[in-house]
Design a protein around this ligand. Structure first.
Ligand code: PMV
Length: 356
């Protein structure tokens, strides 16, 4: 799919003004504000250098920078409509009415949009994903990147890519990396203004594939928002954060030089370091399943034998296996033969979040 540029697509569909209400005594019609709607598509991303732990939980300012690639085959499409008749924000995900914590999180995010714009009304949010949510494929990243873009446009704002990335970060940290296209680096920053993501290489710069081995589709028990808060309780977190700049440099250079082995070594190490922190924080978080570990070890062996591939895991048991596009069919055949592997989702690299 070829996406038009971010700026070209900044356009808000304003439906024709609705006339409602009865004729007033003075015989004048009461005309409501238009329903304002916008829709956006954003891709989830997989991090090579991971984000884990905040120095400010409310603003979601991360303890360390991170680098990821967008997953072009997977997407969230979100439609936001600000309407007169609503008495609260509403949320539908994959056609299902959602209440509780997820709705509260979205409503708080819409509050930020309302505070930035001249739009005071409540909104309906309808979101569709083409991949399993809450199981280590960063659905909150694509969800809040799409919501930031559609919500701000529906509220009448034309945000720059940087402004949209900052806004998306407030919903879910990793969402700020799904706003720019291709390979994205989140500059940790130290305040709201300086913490945002930029594209370090476009999606056509280097043709990598993510083969996601779905170990479990069930929703994770402890989400990343709660997990980030407890990262500081691990004795390894400080060491991980302090050494992150070296790995960021190594990862950035590996991408810019299209050096697969270098990217593999640093990414695998960084993923294991993040999971070591997760497993040793209080309470401990074990996202890996036995099958996840079997796959990680198999992938390491294959790479030792000269097959270009590496494994990385986010906050879930599913294993993301990254490889050059040229070997992805052969790799998929090998993976299909691993006992217990049920489903493999294949994604190429993706572009920026766009209005549709
Ligand atoms: O954006 P969050 O709060 O869902 O955190 C995501 C954290 C990891 O996926 C585990 C790592 C990352 O950098 O994406």
């Amino acid at each position: 799919m070829v996406f038009p540029t971010f700026k070209m697509l900044i356009a808000v569909k304003e439906h024709s003004a609705q006339v409602h209400g009865k004729l007033k005594e003075n015989q004048q019609n009461e005309v409501s504000m238009a329903v304002r709607t916008a829709a956006a598509i954003a891709h989830p991303n997989i991090a090579f250098i991971k984000y884990w732990g905040n120095k400010d939980d409310l603003l979601r300012l991360p303890m360390n920078g991170s680098i990821s690639m967008n997953l072009g085959t997977l997407y969230t499409k979100t439609v936001v409509s600000f309407r007169d008749e609503l008495h609260c924000d509403t949320l539908k995900i994959n056609d299902k009415e959602i209440n509780g914590e997820a709705l509260t999180r979205v409503a708080k995010f819409l509050d930020i949009i309302r505070s930035m714009s001249a739009e005071p009304r409540f909104a309906s949010v309808e979101s569709v994903n083409n991949f399993p949510i809450g199981a280590g494929i960063a659905s909150s990243a694509s969800a809040f990147a799409a919501l930031a873009l559609a919500g701000s446009a529906a509220a009448g704002m034309e945000l720059s890519e940087a402004e949209c990335s900052r806004l998306a970060r407030r919903g879910s940290g990793s969402a700020c990396r799904s706003v720019p296209g291709g390979y994205s680096e989140w500059l940790a920053g130290d305040d709201d203004q300086s913490s945002l993501s930029i594209s370090i290489a476009a999606e056509d710069y280097w043709d990598l594939i993510d083969l996601i081995v779905v170990v479990s589709e069930s929703h994770k028990k402890v989400g990343s928002t709660a997990g980030h808060r407890m990262a500081v309780t691990s004795p390894y977190q400080q060491m991980r954060v302090e050494s992150a700049p070296e790995r960021l440099l190594e990862c950035r250079n590996a991408i810019l030089q299209r050096d697969f082995n270098r990217l593999a070594e640093v990414s695998e190490k960084d993923s294991t370091m993040m999971h070591a922190v997760m497993m040793t924080q209080n309470p401990p978080l074990f996202y890996w399943e036995p099958l996840s570990l079997d796959i990680i070890k198999t992938i390491m062996d294959w790479r030792k034998d000269g097959f270009p591939c590496f494994a990385t895991l986010d906050a879930g048991p599913n294993v993301h296996i990254i490889c050059p596009a040229s070997v992805s069919a052969a790799l998929q055949q090998r993976l299909d033969k691993i006992p217990g592997v049920k489903e493999i989702i294949r994604s190429n690299i993706g572009g920026a979040a766009v209005l549709v």
